[in-house]
Write a protein of this length. Structure first.
Length: 448
């Protein structure tokens, strides 16, 4: 298909299908939660909600365009590189987690964690470890698949709040996207506005540090009295059984690709399990298959949402959003707010903070020159908001993984999602108070 845009620009109306999806899925979930209905978010399944939205995008837009053309647009988005890569990653993640559980690795790491980490500091510990791994690896996805299952298992074993532990793992996973020198989001932001990576990272650390400290304190306070350390008796654990998790975390920190990392983890579970007689070869393969089957929903759902996003872009929604918000700028602060809002919005819609930064960078760079805003501050705002917003989106992979492993609802996770909200508040204060201006910018503003 040669056309990349509809002949008619639907502007803001292009987002109607996404709005319908959110109203059906999140709206119904909230409604049934308030009414005390069991399994509130299951009353309107996410698949049904998104398929209805896709049908709306097909039927009520571009009536003169052939159905095959619109299907071609949809399938282009549904099968895009990032979605297919995500699918393979989550299938391998599911297979690894199930195989690790089958050989006793999960129970060993849970017992070791409960034994070594004070119960009241378990959730803050999960958050800190997740931050360290995401910063070391530069990938939120790799951190999610490595930490979320462990966090949930630790919380369940220690009898503490599973939703809080899941939210802590998710927050830490996205922390590194804005901090790590090898984060694709940070690299694209630096290249997009001609800023130095180290300058952006330093600024992001200053913005993130207050949020990190406050988050750790909140988790520590809320964890007090959670779980009874005298009541909980930890079983013995085998250090050898923990090796699969150690391999995955070490490979992630080393910077090895997520797919290879998970393959190594799965292979390690097989070697240990079969050699120790914990599982037979076919018991091991069955465990891998069962874990993959549990993740099929995420692969399918991600593809459905990505196709819907492609239709929204085809109907002119993304371009309209950029243009509409650009016209609202009044001064440097307005420009900084705009850059933050646009990048965050596009990140939330596309479920990809790197893509959001790539789309926003050319406009942000020009606006920065016009309003004398330092390039490092522009890049910092883009990376902070595009990364933080993802951990609050109901259909993001991290949320879905936590829901799958922890059997918790979206609202339960949001109740403990402190870091992304606090870090965005800190960033807003930075904008409002005019902090972190370069001397050159301050001079230009005084002269004008």
């Amino acid at each position: 298909m040669d056309e990349t845009r509809s002949k008619r620009n639907y502007k803001g109306l292009a987002f109607l299908p996404m709005l319908i999806f959110l109203i059906l899925y999140v709206g119904c979930g909230v409604f049934f939660t308030i009414n005390g209905t069991e399994d509130p978010f299951g009353q309107m399944p996410r698949y049904v909600a998104v398929v209805i939205a896709i049908c709306v995008a097909f039927v009520f837009f571009d009536s003169k365009t052939s159905f095959d053309t619109k299907v071609g647009v949809y399938t282009k988005g549904a099968g895009r590189h990032g979605v297919m890569l995500l699918g393979l990653v989550v299938l391998l993640a599911g297979g690894f987690q199930s195989a690790a559980s089958a050989i006793g690795a999960e129970s060993s790491v849970v017992n070791m964690g409960i034994d070594l980490i004070p119960i009241n500091f378990l959730v803050p510990g999960v958050f800190i470890i997740s931050c360290i791994i995401s910063t070391s690896t530069g990938t939120s996805m790799g951190t999610q698949v490595a930490i979320i299952p462990v966090a949930v298992a630790l919380a369940r074993g220690a009898e503490i709040n599973i939703a809080m532990a899941g939210a802590a793992a998710i927050a830490g996973a996205y922390f590194g996207d804005a901090i790590s020198f090898i984060s694709s989001t940070l690299i694209c932001a630096a290249n997009g506005v001609d800023a130095k990576i180290k300058d952006i990272a330093k600024l992001n650390i200053l913005i993130a540090l207050p949020a990190v400290i406050i988050t750790i304190v909140l988790y520590a306070v809320l964890s007090r009295g959670a779980g009874d350390s005298e009541k909980i008796m930890t079983d013995s654990y085998n250090i050898i059984n923990i090796l699969p998790y150690a391999v995955v975390i070490a490979a992630s920190i080393k910077g090895i690709k997520v797919i290879i990392t998970l393959m190594l983890g799965i292979l390690t579970t097989g070697i240990i399990g079969i050699s120790m007689g914990t599982v037979s070869f076919f018991e091991w393969t069955k465990a891998i298959g069962a874990g993959m089957e549990k993740m099929f929903f995420l692969v399918v759902f991600s593809s459905l949402v990505s196709g819907l996003i492609q239709l929204i872009e085809y109907y002119g929604g993304i371009d309209w959003l950029l243009e509409a918000l650009t016209n609202k700028i009044k001064g440097a602060k307005g420009c900084e707010y705009l850059i933050s809002l646009v990048t965050g919005a596009i990140s939330g819609v596309t479920l990809n903070n790197t893509v959001a930064v790539i789309i926003t960078s050319p406009i942000a760079k020009e606006l920065g020159k016009k309003y004398n805003i330092s390039t490092k501050k522009i890049a910092s705002l883009m990376t902070v908001f595009s990364s933080a917003i993802l951990s609050l989106i109901p259909y993001d992979s991290s949320i879905l993984l936590a829901q799958q492993y922890g059997n918790v609802s979206y609202l339960e996770l949001m109740r403990y999602s402190y870091y992304p909200i606090i870090v965005m508040i800190v960033a807003v204060l930075v904008i409002q108070l005019g902090l972190f201006k370069t001397k050159a910018v301050e001079v230009n503003q005084l002269e004008s």
